[in-house]
Design a protein around this ligand. Structure first.
Ligand SMILES: [Zn+2]
Length: 378
């Protein structure tokens, strides 16, 4: 489909449902589109992301919407720049449309108060003021009600974030909605409830009792009177599907590709997932691994050429012959063997299928560049 550039018209259709908003007469439309189209979109997205990242198209200092980057990187860069600026004692001024921007003794950036000397005093004062509020909360926890004030509920931070958030994610545990509803009805009845997260809340009796009961429930189990949230099933579905796929592949391997499966057992992730390889190297290595490539030994099995033999007279022109033995391709062989020997700390002879059981980026690069130097496109 990608090659032909075609796009099924039916994939452009979507089922639109109107969900009423709180305001009467107002609706929020949601549209359901084709699952195949979504999969294709995801494939294109993954490929585009990979291409954008590997070709360094996005500026090095953009951290939003990128994997493994966060605002902490910005903070680190800014703090270093500021520190270097102060260290070099250079006077600087910033102009915006011709107007000077006045400097300030302190600035708050990503939750940190940076002061002119970067000694941290301003941030410390800010923290003291902020912690004052928390200390008040802790004071209220020293009540007589099993150690905690009845108006105050303790939760883990992630639960508090979810419960206090205004949005509703369809992947939420439904118990979150139950809790939200309970809090709402308490609010309607003028019952004042404060949600508090206290870091490292060890030592608060009520909280420790709750922790203890939760752990006991996990270990001993027992019937519960609420439904199990659908998100709890994700892992089991994933496991079942992985197992089913593996079983199917293994049962097929009895008839087709048995040597492949012997050499390369099925793993949860693709063999190249942790290697830094471009598409060409991945595709070429896949061909070698599968023993289906553009050499006479493989072409003969598909009735494309008349003989599996090599031009040098060897009976089989296969990948091992080309890499290690063919007398017509000796030009770059010694450097290939030396590179592999120093990489693996193991002398020849080699078998390419053995080598590719635990491939590294360097190993694949050596093999493919040898083939390329000899103009062999497997
Ligand atoms: Zn040969």
């Amino acid at each position: 489909m990608l090659n032909s550039g075609s796009f099924p018209l039916s994939w452009k259709d979507s089922l639109v449902f109107l969900i009423p908003k709180n305001t009467p007469g107002k609706f929020r439309p949601i549209s359901l589109t084709s699952c195949f189209q979504k999969i294709q979109e995801k494939l294109v997205l993954l490929r585009l992301n990979w291409w954008i990242e590997s070709s360094s198209i996005i500026p090095a200092y953009q951290f939003k919407f990128r994997k493994r980057k966060s605002c902490l990187d910005n903070l680190g860069i800014l703090a270093t720049e500021a520190f270097n600026g102060f260290a070099s004692q250079q006077a600087f001024s910033i102009q915006l449309n011709g107007t000077s921007v006045l400097s300030n003794r302190t600035a708050k950036f990503l939750g940190i108060v940076l002061d002119f000397n970067l000694c941290g005093h301003s941030h410390a004062s800010y923290l003291v003021a902020k912690c004052g509020k928390l200390t008040n909360v802790i004071k209220s926890l020293r009540g007589t009600w099993w150690g905690a004030d009845p108006k105050t509920l303790l939760y883990s931070r992630s639960v508090i974030n979810i419960i206090s958030s205004c949005t509703i994610d369809r992947d939420y545990n439904y118990l979150v909605l139950v809790l939200k509803n309970k809090l709402r009805s308490a609010y309607i009845q003028n019952i004042d409830i404060t949600l508090v997260w206290i870091p490292a809340h060890v030592g608060i009796l009520g909280n420790e009792t709750a922790d203890h009961l939760a752990k006991e429930a996990i270990n001993k189990g027992g019937p519960v009177d609420y439904m199990i949230p659908h998100t709890d099933f994700y892992e089991s579905v994933r496991e079942t599907l992985n197992k089913r796929t593996k079983d199917t592949l293994l049962s097929l391997a009895e008839h087709v590709g048995s040597s492949y499966f012997n050499n390369f057992p099925i793993t949860p992730h693709a063999w190249f997932s942790k290697l830094k390889l471009n598409r060409l190297k991945i595709v070429t290595t896949c061909r070698i691994r599968s023993n289906h490539y553009n050499l006479n030994y493989s072409l003969y099995r598909c009735n494309i050429v008349d003989s599996p033999s090599c031009r040098c007279g060897a009976p089989q022109q296969d990948i091992n012959h080309v890499l290690w033995n063919c007398p017509l391709l000796t030009l770059y062989r010694s450097s290939l063997l030396e590179s592999i020997e120093s990489l693996l700390e193991k002398p020849p002879p080699y078998d390419v299928f053995d080598l590719l059981k635990k491939p590294s980026t360097h190993l694949i690069t050596y093999i493919i560049s040898y083939l390329r130097k000899h103009n062999i496109d497997v």
